[in-house]
Design a protein around this ligand. Sequence first.
Ligand code: NAP
Length: 297
Amino acid sequence: MDGARVAREDRVKRIALLGYPVEHSLSPGMHDAAFDALGLPYRYELLPVTEEEFGARVRECVAEGFAGWNVTIPHKGRMLPFLDWMSDEVRATEACNTVRVESGRLLGYNTDAAGFMAGLAEVGGIAPGSQAVLLGAGGAARAVAWALVRDGYDVTVLSRRQEQGEQLAQALESHLPRPIDHASLSPATLNRHLEGASLLVNCTPVGMWPNVSLTPLPVGLRLPTGLLVYDLTYRPRPTELLKRAAQMGCRIQDGLAMLINQGAAAFELWTGCAAPLAVMRRSVSGRTTETPRTQRT
Ligand code: NAP
């Protein structure tokens, strides 16, 4: 290897995705395209890591001089005990998807919340103080509920296991200015809570590839015209839910916007540079039609 190439490779700042599985992630292509577009000396790599290996892998990443990493399923909560500092989002949602290493200290962020809100703004948003209904009460729903209530919206979480919605509401309560309403997911509760709502967010994987004909909507349910329906899934685009919502006169948004914007927020934390959103969008847009075994950010 010539001297100039050695010097160049020495300067490369390594970024990784820690998760399991990670092979089908769109993040390496998206981030490497963004680093190249700005001429930044960063490279993004996949690190499949099991639960048992997680702590040792984190310590190796620090020892090997990684500049930062993303964390995905199933480790977003597992990252917290390793952090020297965490953002309000991480503290509230108990989930960390982005780490920045600064002088050996691990700083933890959750960019899913910012990514979701940026996707909402891209399609014109909803009126201040209006009502949002979330389907599902898992990790993504926590980030979405936290961001919406922080920004002044009223949120109701409908989940098939009512205790999961209750846990979400309790966990976020002390971090937010107002409580989150919750109920079990049924045709009757959905109908009732959609009356007067401005936003419906699908935070379940229902409708995600390969089960593309499914929707979380009960048969025959009519969505109010003018409702904004936001599906966090981006495979397929649009989902069956979004197709039906558009036919009923609703505005729609899919999960690709959240994926790109959560990545952009992480990019900015690592590099300090404004993310080239158009480059990132171009890099992932075509790839959502591929047929993966799993879907991972
Ligand atoms: P999660 O933690 O597993 O939560 C999934 C939630 O959906 C749980 O409440 C689960 O309830 C519920 N659910 C699953 N199957 C259901 C069904 N058939 N009917 C009703 N509820 C059902 O997953 P997550 O991390 O929150 O992710 C949720 C979705 O958002 C996934 O499709 C994920 O790919 C997507 N996502 C997208 C982005 C993005 O950037 N676009 C980011 C994060 C997540 P149970 O616990 O009872 O199963």
